[in-house]
Design a protein. Structure first.
Length: 255
């Protein structure tokens, strides 16, 4: 038989050991002993309750009772824009969900001149911090949809245009389409098929300085008529004969 004193001492020893483990595990002793004999025993200062529901990690207290804080995690998402929207910039309305499943709408500005695959950083739009810490950031990756007939390399734009055969031979003017509207451009005589015309300042703007723009390069294709009139055919024959005589004369002088 265990005497009353020994039983009391054994009980106290078990309680002390239990409290020691609970302090190590971060559990308040008042949860276990509340209601015994109408008294409440306060837990010793130690690790707080690290997690709270489904709202994420809220922080904890150190041994001195100070609240620790931490920055929230970053979020990543994607958005698609058209070729012209990437050049001129645009706004997009996004719908995001927080860790609790609550959705919110966020208006985002896509800066002019952004390239395919680049990301935009939205500071403080990520997951919330814990213990009063700062929120994380949102990184938005931009996908630029292709546009038929238009190609972009850096800030420069590349297109293709046709000009009449006579304009290519004799020179003249031709109208080209740009992202900023149609422009008239001088075509030098003797322009070859596959040659390029440079249109200064008709490319995409720089994201760092929108006033600085790239160039547009137009690759020339020469229109060959599928059918010509009898009179036109005769003129072309005369042109061909004249070119043969000219070439023969140059070959003769070279010898």
């Amino acid at each position: 038989m265990i005497s009353g004193r020994m039983e009391t001492a054994l009980t106290v020893n078990i309680i002390l050991k239990t409290e020691t483990w609970m302090i190590f595990l971060g559990i308040s002793s008042e949860i276990l002993f509340h209601g015994q004999g109408g008294s409440t025993r306060r837990g010793r200062s130690g690790f707080g309750s690290g997690f709270s529901g489904n709202s994420g990690f809220r922080g904890y207290q150190d041994f001195g009772g100070r609240q620790n804080t931490g920055r929230g995690s970053d979020l990543r998402s994607e958005v698609s824009v058209s070729f012209k929207e990437a050049v001129f910039g645009c706004d997009r309305m996004l719908q995001l969900s927080d860790p609790n499943g609550k959705s919110q709408k966020l208006q985002v500005h896509i800066p002019a001149g952004i390239e395919d695959g680049k990301s935009i950083r939205l500071k403080g739009k990520g997951n919330p911090g814990y213990g009063g810490g700062a929120a994380g950031d949102l990184f938005l990756k931009v996908h630029v949809e292709p546009e038929t007939g238009w190609q972009r390399k850096g800030q420069d734009i590349y297109t293709t245009a046709e000009i009449p055969f006579t304009t290519a031979v004799l020179g003249g003017e031709a109208k080209f389409s740009t992202l900023y509207g149609d422009v008239m451009c001088r075509i030098p005589a003797g322009t070859q098929c596959g040659g390029k015309i440079r249109l200064r300042g008709k490319g995409a703007p720089s994201m760092q300085n929108p006033s600085v723009k790239g160039d547009q390069y137009v690759t020339i294709q020469i229109q060959v008529p599928k059918a010509v009139s009898r009179e036109a055919a005769q003129k072309l024959k005369e042109y061909g004969m004249a070119m043969d005589r000219s070439c023969s004369g140059r070959r003769g002088s070279a010898v």
